[in-house]
Design a protein around this ligand. Structure first.
Ligand SMILES: Nc1ncnc2c1ncn2[C@@H]1O[C@H](COP(=O)(O)OP(=O)(O)OP(=O)(O)O)[C@@H](O)[C@H]1O
Ligand SMILES: [Mg+2]
Length: 340
């Protein structure tokens, strides 16, 4: 964990970053963490936009809202006058916007749709889909109205295995389009994505596979010259035993008699039921051993993450499911650790 921030601290680790890309192994909490980041960054009167591109409608329910239509909608207004808006980018609408932007093809777009060309572009040609998604992101980051409309845009991004390709898709467009507006747009998007205004954060759990995927993903991003942000360790559980007990438990050397005495004095097992107490104690000792082994494994995974030399943030596992109250808890933890 990074050192605890001083209470007077006002600056955050990502001052100047306008586009936060949140990736990670599937199921580690990308959508949840993206929402919490958007909320954390919207305190102090700021306006943020959280964007999803996978067509899953995962964001709105976290804020206790109905699925999002194509359009930006306010989902939370944190204290201080700030605002979180959300957008679920839908490839067809994004393509219509794109055609209109470059060719003023508003009506022709609808003709293309009738011909099936839109389906082709948005589903059959996967690279095209990513071009549209990154184009929409770029537009949101750059949009102005007496200053930037959004202080920060947060992307609930594709998983680690696909993120570099996704962010680099415009590089291919630059290679294909020799000149003209499409090439210029692709070039501008790449410039933003490679600039210090972008940070690609990776969400992980303290388990072997997600940590391995995090390390691989960070190396791949670095090789592609994309700016790696922080590593967010999600769903962290506090050890339930003290350090010395953990060491003993891992070796199977916890004091069995003490556990038995404890159970007896708490009146477990019922009166005169020695056998039941013994099997209860053995069950507990086994659980303690497994717990200690897990804590040891987690320590190893933490060391592997520290070697990446990126800011680390830890978020606790929240019991009872993620809803708006839980998002605020996670946002507060991010702020305490200096993320926002
Ligand atoms: N800190 C947390 N505490 C408790 N539950 C969490 C936490 N973070 C995420 N979850 C839960 O874990 C599950 C996966 O989270 P989420 O959907 O955000 O992951 P994801 O990486 O976006 O998944 P996918 O790869 O499917 O898009 C959800 O049920 C979510 O509510
Ligand atoms: Mg998700």
């Amino acid at each position: 964990m990074p050192p605890a921030p001083e209470t007077t601290r006002r600056d955050s680790d990502w001052e100047g970053v306008r586009l936060h890309v949140v990736t990670g192994k599937g199921g580690t909490g990308k959508t949840t963490v993206a929402a919490a980041i958007a909320l954390a960054l919207a305190y102090d009167g700021r306006r943020t936009l959280v964007v999803e591109v996978e067509g899953r409608q995962g964001i709105a329910p976290l804020f206790d809202a109905a699925p999002l239509p194509y359009g930006e909608r306010t989902l939370a207004t944190p204290p201080g006058g700030g605002e979180v808006r959300a957008l679920a980018v839908e490839p067809k609408s994004a393509l219509m916007e794109y055609l209109d932007l470059f060719y003023h093809l508003g009506r022709a777009g609808r003709v293309l749709e009738k011909m099936g060309a839109v389906d082709f572009a948005t589903t059959v040609a996967p690279g095209m889909r990513d071009v549209l998604m990154t184009g929409k992101l770029y537009e949101a980051v750059r949009r102005r109205d007496d200053g930037p409309v959004y202080d920060a845009v947060v992307l609930d991004a594709p998983p680690t295995g696909r993120i570099t390709r996704f962010l680099n898709v415009n590089e291919e467009v630059v290679g294909l389009a020799k000149m003209g507006p499409i090439r210029n747009q692709a070039g501008s998007i790449m410039t933003l994505l490679r600039s210090p205004q972008t940070a690609v954060h990776v969400v992980t759990l303290l388990e072997e596979m997600p940590v391995q995927e995090t390390c691989d993903g960070v190396h791949e991003l670095r090789e592609a010259e994309l700016p790696v942000g922080g590593v967010v360790v999600n769903m962290v559980r506090e050890p339930i035993l003290a350090r010395t007990d953990l060491t003993a438990a891992a070796k199977g050397r916890l004091d069995r008699q003490a556990v038995l005495d404890g159970l007896a004095s708490a009146r477990f097992g019922g009166h005169g039921n020695g056998k039941r107490l013994e099997s209860l104690a053995d069950g507990l000792l086994l659980e303690a051993r497994e717990h200690a082994q897990r804590v040891r494994l987690e320590r190893r995974e933490r060391r592997a993450l520290a070697e990446l030399k990126r800011p680390l943030y830890e978020l606790p596992v929240i019991s009872g499911g993620i809803e708006l109250g839980a998002l605020y808890q996670l946002a507060d933890r991010l702020r305490e650790q200096g993320f926002a």
